[in-house]
Design a protein around this ligand. Sequence first.
Ligand SMILES: O=C(O)[C@@H](CO)OP(=O)(O)O
Ligand SMILES: [Mg+2]
Length: 416
Amino acid sequence: MTLIADVSLRRTLDSRGNGTVEAEVTTDNGGFGRAAAPSGASTGEYEAIELEPNEAIAKARELAVPRLVGEVFAGDQRGVDQALHGADGTNDFSKIGANSAVAISMAAAKAGADTQGIPLYQHLGGAFRGRNFPVPLGNVVGGGEHAADATHIQEFLAAPVGAPSVADAVFANAAVHQEVHDILAERGIAAGKGDEGAWAPSVDDAEAFEIVAQATERVTEEFGFEVRMGLDVAGAELYDADEGVYSYGEKTRDTAEQIDYVAGLVDEYDLVYVEDPLDEDDYEAFAELTDRVGESEARSASGSRAAKPRDRTLICGDDLFVTNTDRLAEGIERGAANSILIKPNQIGTLTDAFDAIELAVENGYEPVVSHRSGETEDATIAHLAVATDAPFIKTGAVGGERTAKLNELIRIEDNA
Ligand SMILES: O=C(O)[C@@H](CO)OP(=O)(O)O
Ligand SMILES: [Mg+2]
């Protein structure tokens, strides 16, 4: 049986050098799972609450562990996650910390898979998953909250939508990352890297667009399949609510101008994906932009999810939805966005993340599974993306904590 026999928690390092929560779950028949919580920098205002790691660990030991050990089966993910909610008692995990909750939730899932001797994606998604793979969105240039003195737009993403396999896609993104470096060198621009391994040159956004467009064109040619471009604008970080404007250094844009600006970028750079183009409270502006650029002819004609996401521009809500079904339901109601970013630690458990994905898919919203800027070697999100048939995964292009997920996707593809 998969009855949980032990839950242990410790403080470990994340990729930024901050502490995080790592959980280990063992079952009475020897199943084992280990997982660690990631952490954001450009966090949404409505995310579940992350506590200081030692505090989160102490609270989880006191309140959650007794409800799990000898009480719940690791293979029963909803049971595990219900116990975590019961132990916490709030709607934002502010009592035990979303970092403790998500680490335990993911470790239990791995223990559940381990006892059955099957891969995690199969435990979470069932026997028929593993044929489709998500397109990896790779951050190749960035700034915002992830790097000082770099671009205002937080992430310029490579999107290898034409790749015949996930392995080809992963290598294409790494090649775009290298091309960007070469182009920067050709232009005599020095650049360090931001939190997610993307180049963080001190250039304006217009030059970054030029550079990334050139790099994706070169790689498209070299690899022989289409590599497009995407963005995470992280609009809430640019938005000044008092003034009602988006600030790009000296240059500001009001909401109507921001919508025009992003719609113009979609056309000019044939963007396949735009995340958080607007403020996290502005459902209306999201709806207006989605109306303008979110639908393609292919999608309108079929009206179903069967239309490939690459046929239209995904307008994705990250800080807007924070993986929360209530916020997503409001977005669906108001026609805001056509895609949702899925970050398990934003909501605290895998069950909540699954419920958000299910609601999204039922309503024609594409789920995009995502890492955080502060990461660990944990590769659960690779399995989550395959388990849910997500069309995209956003998990960087290079760097050990990023390649942990990318290489896991290659392994899954190889063995599936
Ligand atoms: O905004 C985002 O989408 C993420 C990950 O790229 O950043 P952070 O983890 O800092 O919120
Ligand atoms: Mg984001």
